[in-house]
Design a protein around this ligand. Structure first.
Ligand SMILES: Nc1ncnc2c1ncn2[C@@H]1O[C@H](COP(=O)(O)OP(=O)(O)O)[C@@H](O)[C@H]1O
Ligand SMILES: [Mg+2]
Length: 345
């Protein structure tokens, strides 16, 4: 095959000895099978910023340190030199994380070399000896899904103990090797000690795994492994061998109603997706996002008489009444309702 330009310096420099074939073109990178000293390995080349789809990069790069203050300043100003430095930092973030995780005993591909922005690493092999399939392509039994979830959760615990939150963990970035799952694809990984989005990203990572594997087992329903893990981490009580239960009781009262609403909407979207995947009709129409109430209510338009405000009250259940079906969704019509909901906790 024609050697891709990005791999020419590696071939010329003798880092790799042959390019066998393209393996996969992902959203962020092109991955090739290459030959190194008679062995088959993987070379990952990164797409240029314009061809990439990763959104909100600043949410991930916050708190990252670069080698010198000149680069730091140029990156902040986003000059041409600065943009090149940003690109270089994005590429080298993955190799840094992979080395760190591999020495912490996390199941990631063994890195081999990082040359001219190309990462050469171990080829993860499946049961047939060929490139391993992704988790998204697997068909699992209930027990396999449960076991796989717990193996992956333990890897996420080990990663957090090693100071890494993946940030894009999903059934697309887990490979099923012959000896267990392996986690890949780290350029967006964040350092939980320096990035304010780390908790959200960690909880989302765990939720992604839970919602994919939860299609095969209902035993993961309602579990809050991500929140539990983060609380232990924040309290310096998380260890690489900590076993999580999925039970989590929030201690403090939330003060940000909008982020609570975002979480409720995310949970509803997840449940809708699960029903879709199972071919079931949606349970009820999607909630209309609630707008925050302006500080001073606007006066009604002069020609229209002001509408009487309707307050929705929850019906009191008669004593001894049996619960009948799922409870009604709570509508936050007014911020009074929201206050009441928050203080229920
Ligand atoms: N070390 C590896 N061994 C086997 N397959 C790999 C390896 N690394 C990547 N791949 C394959 O290449 C695909 C894309 O790689 P990935 O690192 O996820 O990049 P992207 O950011 O483009 O998603 C993966 O889904 C996987 O199928
Ligand atoms: Mg990927």
């Amino acid at each position: 095959m024609r050697v891709p330009e990005a791999l020419l310096p590696l071939l010329d420099g003798g880092v790799i000895h042959d390019v066998i074939r393209p393996l996969m073109s992902g959203k962020e990178a092109d991955v090739f099978l290459v030959e190194v000293e008679g062995d088959v390995m993987v070379a990952k080349t990164y797409k240029e910023a314009d061809n990439r789809s990763f959104k909100h990069r600043a949410d991930y790069t916050e708190g990252r340190r670069v080698k010198n203050s000149r680069s730091q300043r140029a990156m902040a100003k986003r000059s041409r030199f600065g943009k090149e430095e940003i690109e270089a930092a994005w590429r080298s973030a993955e190799v840094d994380v992979i080395y760190r995780l591999s020495s912490a005993g996390v199941r990631v591909p063994q890195p081999y070399a990082f040359v001219d922005g190309v990462l050469v690493m171990e080829l993860i092999r499946g049961w047939d000896g060929g490139p391993a399939p992704r988790l998204v392509d697997a068909r699992l039994t209930e027990q396999e899904a449960w076991d796989l979830f717990h193996m992956l959760l333990q890897e996420v615990v080990k990663m957090l103990c090693a100071g890494v939150v993946h940030g894009d963990l999903s059934d697309f970035n887990v490979l099923l090797a012959h000896d267990g799952p392996v986690i890949i694809d780290f350029p967006q990984a964040v350092d939980p000690a320096h990035n304010r989005n780390a908790r959200k990203l960690l909880v989302r990572d765990v939720r992604n795994l839970q919602s994919f594997l939860g299609r095969y087992t209902s035993r993961l329903d309602g579990k809050r492994y991500g929140d539990e893990m983060w609380a232990l981490y924040e309290g310096s009580e998380l260890r690489p061998d900590t076993r999580l239960t999925g039970r989590f009781q929030r201690k403090e009262v939330r003060t940000n109603p909008l982020s609570l609403l975002e979480e409720i909407e995310a949970m509803e979207a997840e449940s809708r997706k699960r029903r879709e995947d199972l071919g079931l009709a949606p349970r009820r129409p999607a909630r209309t996002p609630v707008q925050p109430r302006p500080a001073t209510p606007a006066p009604p338009p002069p020609e229209e008489p002001a509408k009487k405000k309707r307050r929705r009250r929850r019906k009191k259940k008669p004593e001894g009444a049996e619960a009948s079906g799922p409870s009604e969704p709570i509508d936050f019509d007014t911020s009074d309702d929201l206050d009441a909901f928050l203080s229920e906790d």
